[in-house]
Design a protein around this ligand. Structure first.
Ligand code: SF4
Ligand code: SF4
Ligand code: SF4
Length: 342
């Protein structure tokens, strides 16, 4: 039995390793191709003349109808819907292999193919109410609605399943040997987890004062999926990824402003992780949680990303003391000597 579990674990690790190697190769190839190209800044794109530089008289363009608009985005909407179903099935089934498949899909589809992530730029857009035009950004609105709704219902599910960068670091996590890990002492971890709220607050303040959105490049690494970054940004990203090898999910736990915003929202979570009364003394889940989201019997909602690790333990009738105590009690009452004498 133990051997079978060990084999299953090795198999999962190998699959995750293969996925990760393919992703890293994809990223390196993309970086090499893009290294020779200079990215066109947004303001420069806006300043460019129309195709070919021809100066035609301005014509009133026909506004496309809803059918055309939805038709043009149908593939995107379909893929996103399929991805969401996969994520939710993996979440409700508490399945580790399905979770890894979801991570791979998040990195390849939402990350490299679409570069569609919730970003601090979206928070800036909320601040000055300049959200994307609904009609032309249906997939983005679907992602944003799913993110907000799922956070209110279950907590930071977006971080635990959907975000491409979080998915990439969690895939890394599954292949890095545990002995390489540095476990941040609890007290430092608790304090460091507050940094991300400072980053969020400062970024919003900076934006309100300067209206400069480009600050996002220095506080989040999501630009990596589009491959557009300066040398300094690529070096910063490399340092961050190396740090992630040794300190699990370092960016997500301590630095990410989007994670901080979702953490604040997750205080409203409706369907919380259940606890047994035995959790008051048992430390098993607390030691298992790699996000520093369990303190004694309490789940810290703002830190929890619904990774399922503690929920699998909660349901594990062989490991969780709650079930072990119940089994012992029923074994005891089933003994003939324990039966009441007539
Ligand atoms: S904390 Fe930030 S980077 Fe990490 S998974 Fe959440 S949104 Fe993505
Ligand atoms: S293993 Fe069971 S009793 Fe222990 S903390 Fe987890 S859910 Fe609670
Ligand atoms: S182990 Fe439990 S508390 Fe910790 S992040 Fe995962 S689901 Fe949340």
């Amino acid at each position: 039995m133990t051997r079978a579990i060990a084999l299953a674990k090795t198999k999962t690790r190998s699959i995750a390793a293969l996925l990760l190697i393919s992703l890293v190769s994809l990223l390196s190839a993309r970086a090499i191709v893009l290294a020779g190209q200079r990215p066109t800044p947004i303001h420069a794109q806006q300043a460019q003349p129309s195709a070919g530089g021809w100066q035609f008289d301005e014509e009133q363009e026909r506004e496309p109808g809803w059918r055309e608009v939805v038709g043009a985005q149908a593939w995107d909407l379909g893929f996103f819907a399929a991805f969401t179903v996969l994520a939710m099935v993996s979440f409700f089934r508490k399945s580790v292999p399905l979770k890894h498949v979801t991570f791979a899909a998040a990195v390849i589809y939402l990350g490299f193919a679409k570069s569609q992530l919730i970003s601090i730029v979206n928070i800036f857009a909320l601040v000055d109410w300049s959200l994307p035009i609904f009609k032309y950004s249906l997939a983005w609105y679907l992602l944003a609605t799913f993110t907000v709704l799922s956070t209110v219902l279950w907590g930071r599910l977006y971080c635990g399943r959907i975000c491409s960068f979080g998915a990439l670091t969690q895939l890394m996590d599954s292949v890095v040997p545990p002995k390489w890990r540095y476990d941040v002492p609890l007290e430092i971890e608790r304090r460091a987890s507050l940094i991300k709220y400072g980053v969020l607050g400062s970024a919003i303040l900076y934006f309100i004062v300067t209206r400069d959105r480009l600050i996002y490049r220095y506080i989040e690494p999501f630009w990596m999926f589009s491959g557009h970054g300066s040398l300094v940004m690529w070096i910063g990203l490399a340092v961050l990824l190396v740090a992630t090898v040794f300190v699990r999910n370092v960016y997500c736990r301590f630095l990410c402003p989007v994670g901080a915003a979702l953490g604040l929202l997750s205080n409203l979570t409706v369907f919380r992780i259940k606890r047994w009364k035995e959790c008051n003394t048992c430390k098993l889940c607390e030691k298992t949680c790699q996000w520093g989201a369990i303190q004694g019997p309490k789940i810290i909602k703002s830190e929890c990303v619904r990774c399922d690790d503690c929920e699998r333990l909660y349901l594990d009738q062989k490991k969780c003391p709650h079930w072990i105590i119940i089994r012992r009690r029923s074994d005891f009452t089933a003994r003939p000597s324990a039966a009441p004498t007539p």
